[in-house]
Design a protein around this ligand. Structure first.
Ligand SMILES: C[S@@+](CC[C@H](N)C(=O)[O-])C[C@H]1O[C@@H](n2cnc3c(N)ncnc32)[C@H](O)[C@@H]1O
Length: 281
């Protein structure tokens, strides 16, 4: 993957995610209340049902989990709820404040250490001799100017045999195709910038890399990982206007498609490339 965003400052990335923490509008209830957090979780796993399958929360009971880019903490809480000991870091202090509040609301603060950190410099915040059984990062490393620096840390914090689970965006996806058709006006050389601009709920992400499966495989192998599985998942089928009003109505092109064919398409052209990998000796 060509490093097209390596000159972007980390301050830009931080302020983008501080302006609108990921999934913060997943509920209209008062922010910080239990009802709010319950609804955020229900909506997230309704529209992204592959996340619990990918994370395998119950598998990590009693394990030490390092979550890189926890956002407002939906997955963090589920690791802790299932008995893991979690260290969760994020660049956005606004997101972390909500995640920490969420842990309090569910009485899980004793299981989670939240740390404000740039994951490219993780050893400034997490002691270099700490070891984890799982490093988990969902939708994060493609948003930082130097994803490979994050992977160097991930590799170092895992002992041999430790597991990495990472999700990055898929270059060969329906979403990239849709952005090309809708926004590129034939200027395909600018596609990488356009994909970044339109990749998130809030327009204008300063950094969003996309990877093909072979690119992700090569990236992980370069950092000392043996790949167990990489698969694509997630096509967003909902009409945006309704979705913003918390109604779920499929766009016409998906409405009549049998579920089984839809899932097959997600495996071929989904936006999320989910990888499980093992740290080699
Ligand atoms: C799309 S959100 C995903 C959040 C969470 N993993 C989830 O699935 O809800 C991306 C997150 O990555 C964080 N992030 C981006 N670059 C980072 C970096 N260099 N270090 C730590 N966190 C970072 C952002 O602050 C943001 O919370």
């Amino acid at each position: 993957v060509k490093p097209r965003f390596e000159d972007v400052s980390i301050e830009n990335v931080r302020s983008f995610w501080n302006r609108r923490p990921c999934n913060v509008r997943h509920s209209p209830k008062p922010i910080g209340s239990k009802e709010y957090f319950d609804e955020v979780e229900a909506r997230k796993y309704f529209v992204e049902p592959h996340i619990p399958r990918f994370a395998e929360f119950p598998r990590w009971a009693r394990a030490r989990v390092l979550e890189i880019g926890c956002g407002i903490g939906t997955d963090t809480i589920n690791f802790a709820r299932n008995g893991a000991w979690v260290t969760a870091v994020d660049l956005s202090d606004e997101s972390l404040a909500l995640a920490a509040r969420r842990a309090e609301v569910y009485g899980l603060e004793h299981r989670i250490k939240f740390r404000h950190a740039n994951a490219e410099e993780l050893d400034r915040v997490v002691p270099a001799d700490e070891r984890f059984d799982l490093v988990y990062s969902f939708g994060v490393i493609h948003h930082t100017p130097h994803p490979e620096r994050v992977l160097e840390h991930a590799s170092a914090y895992l002992g041999p045999g430790g597991t990495l689970k990472v999700m990055v965006y898929n270059r060969r996806s329906f979403k990239v195709l849709a952005i090309a058709v809708r926004h590129s006006w034939g200027r395909l050389r600018k596609l990488d910038r356009l994909v970044a601009k339109h990749s998130e709920a809030q327009t204008g992400s300063p950094v969003t890399y996309v990877y093909s499966k072979p690119e992700l495989r090569a990236l992980l192998e370069r950092h000392g990982f043996r790949i167990e599985e990489i698969w694509a998942d997630h096509i967003f089928p909902w009409r945006i206007g309704d979705y913003l009003e918390y109604r779920y109505v499929k766009k016409w092109q998906w409405r009549w498609l049998p579920e089984s064919i839809f899932h097959l398409l997600e495996r071929l052209l989904g936006w999320h490339l989910c990888a499980s990998a093992i740290r080699k000796e």
